[in-house]
Design a protein around this ligand. Sequence first.
Ligand code: NAD
Length: 485
Amino acid sequence: MELLNHIDGRWVPSTGEGMTDVNPSDVTDVLGEYGAATEDVAQSAVAAAAAAFPAWSQSSVQQRFDVLDRAGSLILERRQELGRLLAREEGKTVGEATAEATRAGQIFKFFAGEALRGGGELLPSVREGLDVEILRRPVGVIALITPWNFPIAIPAWKVAPALAFGNTVVLKPAELVPACAVELVRILEESGLPSGVLNLVLGSGAVVGDALVRSPSVSAVSFTGSDVTGRGVAAACAAAGKRVQVEMGGKNPLVVLDDADLTVAVEAAVNGAFFSTGQRCTASSRLIVTAGIHDRFVDAVQRRLATLTIGHALEAATDIGPVVDRRQLDKDLEYLVTAAQEGGEVLGGDRVDRPTDGFFMSPALVLSTTNEMRINQEEVFGPVASVIRVENYDEALTVANDTRFGLSAGICSTSLAAVTHFKRHAEAGMVMVNAPTAGVDYHVPFGGSKASSYGPREQGSYAREFFTTVKTVYVNPGQIDQQSP
Ligand code: NAD
């Protein structure tokens, strides 16, 4: 199947370098092929979004509600089919993928409501006789650049608020997962979105991503991806005076204290570190464990890992699907070699043979690590977690915060004092108590601190900060002829 760009309501091919969309559970299964979009294609997508902006930004909130609500319903009706597509394209298990599709549907429903709750305030002025209106206005054409690890949820949580608040969009999904983005755009088209309001370009970040970031007609960029790329995008936007929102990586700590419930801590660690093949920005990649529970915790995690089935993402029995592609698999395995060279004891982390030719590896637990090691400072983004043994809570908190990242941080403990202190002092945008570091609801703000995020939060009612601009209006009502038409 040929995967196409979507520009001004038409599905159009591109003549750039040929790209193949392959199932990471079985490389003989090809989902589609496409020619990478060229800079010209990106510019025509921006032009279409700019032409559609005046009408969409003036559209009624009822129209926006209807489109987004319908899209949410269609996604939820088709969640099983979308889940299978997503599992085939990205490699998370079909259960995880169906849950992701469900979340995308819920996001559209939530932002349908946000269109109605558009916002704005009316305040009295300190000057006699004046009122002050604070209006929320659409920003303009917004470029949305997304990573491969949540191929439908991340496009959904950027597209839905952008449209709800009257902006027009060019979406550029990651090169590895174009098919999910194509389906999402089809659904919005079927939901009655006017032509040109949402445009899709399939291609490389260096060519079309960069062209979108630099286009003078793009007013804002919302990016999710690696920190190296994200920092470049933020710098380019700042230089051009564009609004920018950048969500990047993590090196998320899960602290396990002596007084933790062992079963809860093991489930939080295994789920947080290894589910979705560890390919989550919020994955618990550093397990920081106090001495009194360390050996029992490590034993229990190993026993739990031994129960997990690694295999084809579409097989119902699979707990851990493949790594997304060969490049990421090689990177994961290289990090384990480095960890061993630096003194870590690597358990698991082996290539696994399955009946199909996919990028399978067993979960890796790296013991006896210190926080200075590369495995604890750099984001691996695979089914890899390391254990850092510490003496007490104070040392655990110091180690947890000793990272340039600050996305999510977790603690497993039954001590109110420790939990309360951790909530206040963990340097992270999200804190989880007796729960995995990964997994955030669709109606609450999502984002981090330090090198993990830059710009306003995503999701929930906080999304309004990025996707609207504020206009302050003074009105002297006494001078207005109330009888005039
Ligand atoms: P990536 O940075 O390689 O790519 C992300 C997107 O940016 C892709 O669409 C890519 O084509 C595009 N891109 C690449 N170069 C570009 C350029 N010069 N200009 C503009 N766009 C460009 O990231 P990835 O490998 O797709 O995703 C994995 C990363 O995403 C991990 O670091 C992970 O932590 C992060 N992530 C963060 C969050 C979050 O919300 N904080 C969520 C999911 C993933």
